[in-house]
Design a protein around this ligand. Structure first.
Ligand SMILES: [Zn+2]
Length: 128
């Protein structure tokens, strides 16, 4: 069994997979969850990595997204909006007309609709 480092004053969250050490510098005192890699990044061989993270000095969990050296941290609510946006984008590939009806009243869809022509002419270029 590993003993906790002196700086770690609470148990790791159940999703943490990191082995914390006494000599971890303060900036690296972060709980990390398992990394899910998504390959198929257009124009790059690098995978998109998705994981949970929470610095031990912070109360809230974020969803980390990284490609290469580029890192982003989303609040869980923002990550859920990202999932919805990706799902809607994929739905547009499958059936563009179904997405317009299903997205009514959604804040992301409202932003999208401001940028599109209401007659649908602007969308014809992206339809399969
Ligand atoms: Zn931990």
């Amino acid at each position: 069994m590993n003993s906790l480092p002196s700086w770690l004053t609470e148990r790791c969250p159940p999703w943490c997979v990191v082995v914390h050490r006494d000599d971890d510098p303060p900036v690296d005192r972060v709980h990390y969850g398992e990394i899910a890699e998504v390959r198929g990044n257009a124009g790059s061989d690098e995978a998109l990595r998705v994981f949970l993270r929470r610095h031990t000095d912070e109360p809230s969990v974020s969803v980390g997204l990284s490609v290469g050296a580029e890192d982003h941290a989303l609040e869980p609510a923002a990550a859920a909006l990202l999932v919805d946006a990706v799902t809607r984008a994929l739905d547009q590939i499958r059936d563009p007309r179904a997405v317009r009806v299903a997205a009514a009243g959604n804040p992301v869809a409202a932003t999208e609709s401001r940028n599109c022509r209401s007659d649908g002419v602007g969308r014809q270029g992206i339809e399969p």
